[in-house]
Design a protein around this ligand. Structure first.
Ligand code: ZN
Length: 129
């Protein structure tokens, strides 16, 4: 398993980690198989979506922040319930097929680390089998 470091700077933010995941897949030496991308955090996530137009990730974040407000009389005393909820909705892992030693992504797809309680230092765990 490879541990990638991600540094975020905003409270909510999508970071394109496609290149880093591709390097981890290449380093695994596998030409075919599966790549599991896992985020070991309860206030962050990982998702696959369009990385050609940056406005797509901005719109996703905008709507997530609208549907799940930062303040809403939450019970969780730490004050970051919105981040926990977004993490569960987006999910903390995704699986990508490996083909010819690379993640087999669609033409417009990229892999995004999703920060919901930043900025801070985060990890992404990549397992190739
Ligand atoms: Zn919390």
């Amino acid at each position: 398993m490879e541990r990638l470091r991600v540094r975020t700077s905003s409270r909510t933010e999508f970071v394109d980690i496609t290149a880093e995941v591709s390097k981890a897949v290449a380093a695994s030496g596998l030409t075919s198989g599966l790549c599991l991308v896992h985020v070991p955090h309860t206030t962050a996530g990982v998702t696959i979506n369009e990385n050609a137009d940056p406005s797509v990730r901005r719109d996703i974040l905008k709507e997530l922040n609208k549907v799940i407000p930062f303040q809403d009389d939450y019970a969780h005393i730490e004050g970051n319930s919105a981040a926990h909820i977004k993490s569960s909705l987006v999910g903390c892992s995704c699986t990508v097929p490996i083909e010819n030693g690379r993640p087999a992504l669609g033409r417009w797809q990229g892999i995004f680390f999703c920060e919901f309680d930043g900025g801070r230092s985060r990890e992404v765990w990549v397992t190739c089998k």
